[in-house]
Design a protein around this ligand. Sequence first.
Ligand code: 6CS
Ligand code: FE
Length: 300
Amino acid sequence: MTQATLTGVEDRYPTRLGHAISPVPRTEPTVWGDALDGPLSRAELDGFADRGYLIKAGTVGDDHLPLLQRELEWLGAELAADDPRAVREPGGGIRSVFAPHLLSDLIAEVVRLDTVLPIARQLLGGDVYIHQARINMMPGFTGSGFYWHSDFETWHAEDGMPEIRAVSCSIALTENYPYNGSLMLVPGSHRTFYPCVGATPENNYETSLVSQDIGVPDRDTLVKAVDRHGIDQFVGPAGSALWFDANLLHGSGSNITPLPRSNVFLVFNSVHNPLTEPFCGARRRPEYLAARDPVTTLAL
Ligand code: 6CS
Ligand code: FE
């Protein structure tokens, strides 16, 4: 019996299985709002629906960037060495800082910028809240990558997110070059859910945030997806933003250059898509990974 039937919530996207099953066509729309509902044009919305991502230059301007870059250093120093919200790279340095919007007023401000929140509301068709936020530092020399995955696969299995009605906004705080660990995307892959084989270990997030072994598509799936869709890359100056659908396959290589690729990721979830119980049957993940608190999940 799966967790879903225990809670009575239908699991339309089974994953973390004992055996491989066929990919599941997405049933939800990718874009829930319309051109009149926000700043994105019809063409931009159609592009997002087709490719599963959209790049917007100038999302954060020079008025915020230098302050945000300084904020990164402060956040890195502020968190105690044993704070679980600061995930470290095996080779040294900080890999990610989770829930930075709750630690920094400046990052909380970025969430509500006219170039950010209205786009999230338009894509998700109404009120939203922050499901998860993080800064991925991808430090120079030691930044280890993120293997191919769909964020929704994790958020569904381990956080109980029922529908694909969430979107990530990755804002470059440093220049994202083709060679310093910038995000690679499989355009169009968001229209298919790829069930993964392998049960979720207890407290999986204690290792998966550094190296994700469970909940990743097998190589045959990746060969077929890349063969069909190709690979695009998010490169651009500090201040530009990549909006990508929760189910879009993405990953990044390691960064052996001296140039950090530090991005802040804001994950917006629709208020109509509140978390239930983890569909993989594991215990709930901590609040800093998956917001459930009535205050932090208040509509923005
Ligand atoms: O487990 C998670 O929620 C995180 N893992 C990855 C690889 N991307 C999304 C998210 O930060
Ligand atoms: Fe991810």
